[in-house]
Ligand binder design. Structure first.
Ligand code: PLP
Length: 429
């Protein structure tokens, strides 16, 4: 007689994880894996931190759960006070949630509430081709992964789409030598005008596209130009920092690379580094004051979770104390250089790109034409399986901006990865 079967593992012979330390994982047979993907680009401070485990236990022992509308918890108060100065948002207000999709949903609601409170009925949100923003209804609506969206189209709303700054297959091949930011900003402006500026509530994008498109770093002029267009039409900028937040790209937040100040910012994965399902929606003081005056209601049962805040605070202190954001910048340069050395000349490697400890290798059938492999060959997926056999864990994705489907190997190791382990990752992939 068998009991219930865990859905994801059903019918698959997966190794059973026994524990982890830093960038290493061990299964129950004692096999070691080097985790170059941080799970799903989640784990920043490394596996097996006794410090975070102790903080979680201490909070749970004292009190695990109180309802956020009845009590504030000291861990949450200290958490947001410590986090505040690090956020690239003016006069930031933090609304905690339990993950990335919840954070995106909250930001979408806030954008709509903001305009309604100002007497404007704006409901269109503009996303980018190929983007991924989560799996709930609103998050899927603003995502640009057509394959993921297709079955749910009748349910989805009115999101519009603009170009992605995907330089390898750029929508503007003859762009200005200083970068194609101006062309992307023009394309965005055309979408805003076509939708009617009075209808457009917000633009949502990752500062550096994460796993979905494979670490696409936009040209230096992209974000300033995009932000200028949005603000000229009264459109709020939502930075999706679910993957890029908390040091992943070698700065505290991806927005910091360009000094842009989004009106709303969402974060999750690295916030509690996988030790707790913590997410955050952050809005500027102006957005906060406007939506609060109109009676905006925030709250899920587990928003404001005291244990989640304790986990987030412990992670934040470790990131600061151990200089892990700076380490991510250094190790990232090393990883990029070593990937280039190992794979740069390979006939099926089209592009190697990234920033900090978020890197991707785009595989192609033909380097000259950039033609992708047929989908049915599942090349990246098979390489990830082979690397796992060699003890290196990678992440694969099928980037699909500009109408192409690609094969991407994505790298997002814990920020605590050592120089020797970086070399092992580059050689093992
Ligand atoms: N936004 C981005 C950029 C993501 O990468 C993800 C998840 O991969 C999400 C949102 C959704 O986060 P979650 O899976 O925690 O709901």
């Amino acid at each position: 007689m068998t009991g219930a079967v865990f859905s994801r593992a059903a019918g698959r012979d997966l190794p059973v994880v026994a524990g982890g330390r830093g960038a290493e994982l061990f299964d129950t047979t004692g096999r070691r894996y080097l985790d170059a993907a941080g799970g799903a680009i989640v784990v920043g401070i490394g596996h097996g931190s006794a410090e975070v485990a102790d903080a979680i236990a201490a909070q749970a022992r004292s009190v695990a759960y109180v309802h956020g509308s009845a009590f504030a918890s000291p861990s949450l108060t200290e958490y947001v006070e410590t986090l505040g100065p690090l956020l690239p948002v003016d006069d930031p207000y933090v609304y905690p949630v339990s993950g990335g999709s919840e954070a995106v949903e909250t930001a979408l609601k806030m954008a709509r509430a903001y305009h309604l409170a100002r007497g404007e009925d704006r409901s269109v949100v503009i996303g980018r081709t190929g983007a991924y923003h989560g799996n709930t209804r609103g998050a899927l609506d603003v995502s640009g992964r057509d394959g993921l969206r297709a079955p749910y189209l009748p349910w989805l709303g009115s999101a519009a789409r603009t170009t992605s700054p995907y330089e390898y297959r750029c929508s503007f091949p003859d762009s200005h030598p200083n970068g194609c930011g101006a062309q992307h900003a023009e394309a965005l402006e055309q979408v805003i005008v076509a939708q009617g500026p009075q209808n457009v509530a917000a633009f949502i994008a990752e500062p550096i596209a994460g796993a979905a498109l494979g670490a696409c770093v936009p040209s230096a002029d992209y974000w300033p130009a995009i932000t200028e267009v949005c603000h000229r039409y009264g459109v709020l900028v939502i930075a999706d920092e679910v993957m890029t937040g908390f040091g992943r790209t070698g700065r505290w937040f991806g927005s910091d690379h360009w000094g842009v100040r989004p009106d709303l910012l969402v974060a999750a994965k690295g916030a509690a580094s996988g030790y707790w399902p913590l997410g955050l929606t952050v809005c500027s003081g102006e957005v906060h004051d406007t939506i609060q005056k109109a009676g905006f209601v925030h709250g899920f049962t587990y928003s404001h979770h005291a244990v989640g805040a304790a986990a987030g605070l412990a992670v934040l202190k470790i990131l600061q104390r151990d200089g892990l954001v700076e380490a991510a910048a250094e190790r990232g340069e090393q990883l990029g250089a070593e990937l280039q050395k190992e794979l740069g000349d390979h006939p099926h490697v089209g592009d190697i790109r990234g920033r900090g400890l978020l890197w991707a290798v785009e595989l192609v059938a033909d380097r000259e034409t950039k033609a992708p492999f047929p989908r049915s060959e599942r090349v990246a997926e098979r390489i990830v399986a082979a690397a796992k056999e060699r003890g290196v864990l990678l992440y694969h994705s099928t980037g699909c901006a500009n109408g192409t489907e690609g094969d991407l190997l994505v790298f997002g190791p814990p920020l605590v990865i050592t120089p020797a382990e970086v070399t092992e990752v580059a050689k093992g992939s």
